[in-house]
Design a protein around this ligand. Structure first.
Ligand code: PRP
Ligand code: URA
Length: 210
């Protein structure tokens, strides 16, 4: 059985994504929106976090109320563009640790190349949320998931802003245990491997490198 695909069905996400897609949106606004949408998708991606209860003294009485069971979480951005989402995740889950995985796509072959990896020591014990704005061919995300599994991780989710069916299918085929959380699913890839309509090169737009 394949992992589930959770598509954000929310007017705030849809509205913010439309501004991101606009080629005239400034680097500053683009960066802020990536972070905000990241925060909103994190809300959905953490829906299954286990709760326990604790005793609190309210001004009125003593009550037994829900609190997070303290599951250990790591957010893992795929460099570079994934860095833009880290802040939004950490605003929702401030105790999460951060691991970094560097991956770039060869512009000719579109194949991913791993160039950096630095994880928290106890990464194998953590629930891992891999973040990247774009799921295009799915090569980078699939390779990042493979790398996390090689390090012993067994509980992995993937969070992206924009996906296409090709990329979703690749991840689902290679990693049927991984759920995907996406802001939107677009039409297709163009001949250069860019998402259509998409938002262009996410890394360049976040960091202003073009
Ligand atoms: C982009 C994006 C993903 C990848 C998606 O990164 O951030 O990591 O492409 O494409 P794929 O699904 O076909 O692998 P890029 O390689 O451009 O590197 P960057 O983040 O450093 O700009
Ligand atoms: N990577 C990007 O940054 N944008 C795309 O459309 C596809 C891959």
């Amino acid at each position: 059985m394949s992992g589930k695909v959770h598509i954000m069905d929310h007017p705030l996400v849809a509205h913010k994504l439309t501004i991101l897609r606009d080629k005239n949106t400034s680097v500053k606004d683009f960066r802020e929106l990536v972070s905000e949408i990241g925060m909103l998708i994190t809300y959905e991606a953490t829906r299954d976090l286990p709760l326990t209860t604790k005793t609190v003294e309210t001004p009125i009485c003593t009550a037994e109320e829900p609190t997070l069971a303290g599951k250990k979480i790591a957010v893992v951005p795929i460099l570079r563009a994934g860095l833009g989402l880290v802040d939004g995740v950490l605003r929702m889950v401030p105790s999460a640790r951060v691991g970094h995985i560097g991956m770039y796509r060869d512009e000719e072959t579109l194949e991913p190349h791993l160039y950096f990896c630095k994880m928290p020591k106890d990464i194998a014990e953590r629930e891992v949320l891999i973040v990247d704005p774009m799921l295009a061919t799915g090569g980078s995300a699939s390779a990042a998931i493979t790398e996390m599994k090689r390090m012993g991780c067994t509980n992995i989710k993937l969070m992206v802003l924009v996906a296409v069916p090709e990329g979703i299918q690749r991840v689902q085929t290679l990693h049927p245990d991984v759920d995907i959380y996406a802001g939107a699913v677009d039409s297709h890839l163009n001949e250069r491997g860019y998402i259509v309509p998409g938002l262009g090169d996410a890394g360049d737009r976040i960091f202003g490198t073009k």
